[in-house]
Design a protein around this ligand. Structure first.
Ligand code: 5RP
Length: 213
């Protein structure tokens, strides 16, 4: 598995290298696959200006590798955003948020010129939904949102002992049949108290790199 993640990261570096210059800002996602990517990115850190990060964990790792991290608010253009996923369907719709960082990930992905998803083969599925769908919810709205998710056919479970970087909670929702990812993404985000859910259908990657051992 780790070989697959490393190989996907190496391919991503090969893909983005011709697109960057000394002024380029690269968007960086979160997770174990992205951790490999950050290691590879550090090897070419003299070829770009810096990064916008999607989580505190990635910020720490980037800075430890000597890559400058900028605030999204201070940046006009992100050339490319690279991130992992928990599930990828044949149309490149994703489930993300296994690490609870999907809200910021979706913002940085949306703000970038191009979104590259790096995964190992185990993430490829025919239909999204075997992986419980993460929802970032405001703490005070948790029970209400959970009841609304039951109405949509899901089985919500509070992620224990976990707060997001924004100090919100995560509901992981099992048993959803996500046959129309865009419709489901939008329907869930209309529930008051939901910050964002882990379906990436409106903002899909332009390229998915599948690493193999
Ligand atoms: C974090 C994410 C990650 O991209 C997703 O969970 C995949 O992680 P990993 O590369 O560790 O399998 O969405 O919020």
């Amino acid at each position: 598995m780790s070989d697959s993640k490393l190989n996907a990261s190496i391919e991503a570096i090969k893909y983005i290298k011709p697109k960057i210059d000394f002024n380029s800002i690269i968007g960086v996602g979160t997770g174990s696959t992205v951790n490999y990517f950050i290691e590879e990115l550090a090897k070419i850190k003299n070829l770009f200006k810096g990064a916008v990060s999607s989580s505190e964990a990635s910020t720490k790792l980037l800075e430890e590798h000597g890559i400058e991290v900028f605030e999204l608010n201070d940046i006009n253009e992100i050339v490319v955003y690279v991130d992992g996923a928990d599930e990828v369907d044949p149309s490149s719709n994703l489930i993300k948020g296994g690490g609870g960082a999907h809200t910021r990930e979706k913002i940085v992905a949306s703000a970038s010129n191009e979104f590259i998803c790096i995964v190992d083969e185990s993430k490829l599925v025919e239909v999204l939904g075997s992986f419980p769908l993460p929802l970032e919810v405001m703490t005070k709205s948790r029970s209400y949102v959970a009841r609304e998710m039951v109405k949509l056919g899901g089985v919500p479970e509070l992620r224990k002992d976990f707060l997001t970087d924004q100090d919100n909670q995560i509901l992981d929702v099992k048993d959803l049949k996500i046959t129309d990812p865009l419709k489901m993404e939008q329907a869930i985000n209309l529930i008051p108290g939901v910050l964002d859910n882990g379906i990436f259908a409106r903002c899909r990657p332009q390229k998915v790199i599948v690493g193999r051992a």
